[in-house]
Design a protein around this ligand. Sequence first.
Ligand SMILES: NC(=O)c1ccc[n+]([C@@H]2O[C@H](COP(=O)([O-])OP(=O)(O)OC[C@H]3O[C@@H](n4cnc5c(N)ncnc54)[C@H](OP(=O)(O)O)[C@@H]3O)[C@@H](O)[C@H]2O)c1
Length: 348
Amino acid sequence: MKYRYLGKSGLLVSRVCLGTMTFGNKEWGCDQDAATKITRRFVEAGGNFIDTADLYSAGVSEEMLKNAIEGMSRDNLVLATKCWFPTGTGVNARGLSRKHIIEACEASLKRLNLDYIDLYQIHGPDPTTPIEETMRALDDLVRAGKVRYVGCSNLYGWQIVKANAAADSMGSTRFISAQHLYNLVRRDIEREILPACDDQGMGMICWSPLASGLLTGKYRGQETPAGDTRFGVQAKLYLPRYWWDESLALVERVVETAEKHGKTPAQVALAWLLADDRVTAPIVGARSVKQIEDNLVAGDWDLPADDVEKLTEAMPIKHGYPKEWMDGTFPGTFGTAEMMPRHEVRLP
Ligand SMILES: NC(=O)c1ccc[n+]([C@@H]2O[C@H](COP(=O)([O-])OP(=O)(O)OC[C@H]3O[C@@H](n4cnc5c(N)ncnc54)[C@H](OP(=O)(O)O)[C@@H]3O)[C@@H](O)[C@H]2O)c1
């Protein structure tokens, strides 16, 4: 297993993060026995970075994770959880107010049976709470020793930069990471969010790295997803997100690349993400030891650069304006790459 620093922090995390959204889900997830086996296998292979949320199975994921890590060395683990989604019917049992953040954190600590959380993340933006209130509440948790680092998820680039600027102005803790949907099929964050995180010294941990299983190649030849898989059970949600002619054609390219290297399509799809050093780790979801075994290979294996490029070009994304405008105008205005040490300027 290889490790990467989480953004510009001093925290080293395994470059495969274990996602636990499957833990306790009765339709497409796993029970305690499988959750424990998956977690043990992950840690045995050198994984130290595990992600959960108070949302997942209404707290059951956190409880199952607590059981799964029992007896392990706490110091060797980097445990991440999140708040934001409703946790009850009360008007304040949601969002990013000081009241909810602190209550949600206390509840997660209890369910996880921990003294502190390594990475506490806001699960989404709350436009009704001043960002200063949110960042100060997160900072108070850090200063109280309940949280070590803070991160965000599902924010726009401007919201990330605004939040960090607010934290800076108050001398508070900034975000060190973002957690966003990113995979070979959905590359939306390349336009603006990934550059914003890079600028802010934040690591990107990607959710849905296998496009809900599409990139494993297991749906090849199927008209619609069959069986009790995530796609089969939640077709309404996942078909529009991922199941298109172009993405099914892309899966064929991933399968060819995997065959060339004697790897599985899942391993290729995960390695493609890790080829970008702005990405710290894909968060891999698994419902069985077999799946985590497969996905763990990405912790050590690098996809050769020419294959990375070919897959990047297999289903290009439209960047649109202002990138198109910059591509035409910037090189003529600012000249050559030597003047921009951190940024390679590609002449059109
Ligand atoms: N911040 C957020 O808003 C957010 C949102 C979603 C998830 N997350 C985090 O990200 C993690 C991963 O997200 P995700 O579960 O949506 O990831 P994903 O990569 O899109 O899908 C994972 C699913 O793909 C299938 N799969 C995984 N590995 C496989 C393999 N090797 N072979 C065959 N099938 C395989 C399994 O489903 P089947 O067996 O059912 O096919 C598994 O549950 C979550 O656990 C959670 O921690 C965060």
